[in-house]
Write a protein of this length. Structure first.
Lengths: 111, 115
């Protein structure tokens, strides 16, 4: 399967620092999405970037997509303790084919 | 607006028992899916549905059945529970679109232990 793979698996930073997570995938995609999961909860959609887009912003989030390298990055600026969660990328091949998720990055933001 | 509701939240079964995990959404979404989440494995797709009466297999369908008789409900059935099915199960829904540019909405999961 063309599972997205996040890197690093775990990341620990101080409050106020920026956090960068990367995602690589194997084949061509229609869109790539990032989700957050707080402990014991379901996933929450953060941002979607289409294959013809290179960068998107949403509040303190910045997502880039490089289709030539089959990779994406999620940047969280000025991180807060409340950003502590697991972050997953998910790719969609085409149309309404199922989303395929990566294994996630666990982010810890220390106050 | 409840979104995606999963029941039960926790369940303990004995090997060989059967049970149904319930999933309901009130957003009139065409697309629904079931994932399992295991430590270090991310989310793996079990089954999905693109509309009432239509289901298809995902990456790990063995041991599970689904049906979609209404738009709102998408139950997942474990036929004969095995310890390997101990996991957290998530149901998700999204509206259908030509390009698939719709986010998925997730329930809070069912934590299932098979003894």
């Amino acid at each position: 399967s063309q599972q997205g793979e996040e890197d690093p698996q775990a990341l620990s930073i101080q409050e106020g620092e920026n956090a960068t997570m990367n995602c690589s995938y194997k084949t061509s995609i229609n869109n790539l999405q990032w989700y957050r999961q707080n402990s014991g909860r379901g996933l929450v959609h953060l941002i979607l970037i289409r294959s013809n887009e290179r960068e998107k912003h949403s509040g303190r989030l910045r997502v880039t997509l490089d289709t030539s390298k089959k990779s994406s990055s999620l940047l969280i600026t000025a991180s807060r303790a409340a950003d502590t969660a697991s972050y997953f990328c998910a790719v969609r091949n085409s149309g309404n084919t199922p989303l395929v998720f990566g294994k996630g990055t666990r982010l810890s933001v220390i106050a | 607006n409840a979104g995606v509701t999963q029941t039960p939240k926790f369940q303990v079964l004995k090997t060989g028992q059967s049970m149904t995990l319930q999933c309901a959404q009130d957003m009139n979404h065409e697309y629904m899916s079931w994932y399992r989440q295991d430590p270090g494995m991310g989310l793996r797709l079990i089954h999905y549905s693109v509309g009432a009466g239509i289901t298809d297999q995902g990456e790990v369908p063995n041991g599970y059945n689904v049906s979609r008789s209404t738009t709102e409900d998408f139950p997942l059935r474990l036929l004969s529970a095995a310890p390997s099915q101990t996991s957290v199960y998530f149901c998700a829904s999204s509206s259908a679109s030509t390009g698939g540019y719709q986010p998925q909405h997730f329930g809070d999961g069912t934590r299932l232990s098979i003894l």
